[in-house]
Design a protein around this ligand. Structure first.
Ligand code: NI
Length: 169
């Protein structure tokens, strides 16, 4: 298999909704390993399979503080079953939207169901940073980028910059 690269906006693939993972087979286990190493190398705190060109409902994340041990989490076929309140995530960023950060309106707390890499059912109650990361990554699985959730004016500023950079390449 070719090495995986992080796709960046305006790659159309990033706006495709993903398909459920049906078998958590060796291919998926290898994908998880590759995604984890890409995420840690970037470095990032979350990565969805679609960001590396795989159209599957799968994400990895690790919100443990930098100076603590790594704690890789895998979430397969996740869905938000409950959400409550609102919060503004400050300076949200994305490996697929380089060199840009913005405040994004998010639910303050979420309840998420899915399975882990061993097909064990997961039920995650999240708030704070974890809630934001999970909402951001689950958005990816639905073809949504955080820039789709900011004001059109701010989004245009970013899009214009990207267009200019592409022209200069
Ligand atoms: Ni992202």
């Amino acid at each position: 298999m070719e090495p995986l690269n992080i796709l960046t906006y305006p790659d159309n693939f990033l706006s495709e909704p993903t398909k459920p993972v049906e078998n958590i087979d060796e291919k998926i286990q290898n994908l998880i390993k590759d995604m984890a190493s890409i995420m840690y190398q970037a470095p990032g705190i979350g990565l969805a399979a679609i960001q590396v060109g795989i159209n599957k409902s799968l994400l990895v994340y690790d919100v443990s503080p930098r100076d603590e041990e790594r704690s890789l989490q895998v979430l397969i076929n996740p869905r938000i079953v409950e959400s409550e309140g609102t919060t503004i995530s400050e300076d949200e960023g994305c490996l697929s939207v380089p060199d840009f950060r913005a405040n994004v309106k998010r639910s303050a707390s979420v309840l998420i169901e899915g399975v882990d890499s061993k097909e064990k059912p997961l039920r995650i109650e999240a708030e704070g940073l974890l809630a934001v990361v999970l909402q951001h990554e689950i958005d990816h699985l639905n073809g949504i980028l955080f820039i789709d959730r900011i004001s059109s004016l701010k989004r245009e500023i970013y899009k214009r910059r990207v267009r200019k950079n592409l022209k200069n390449k």
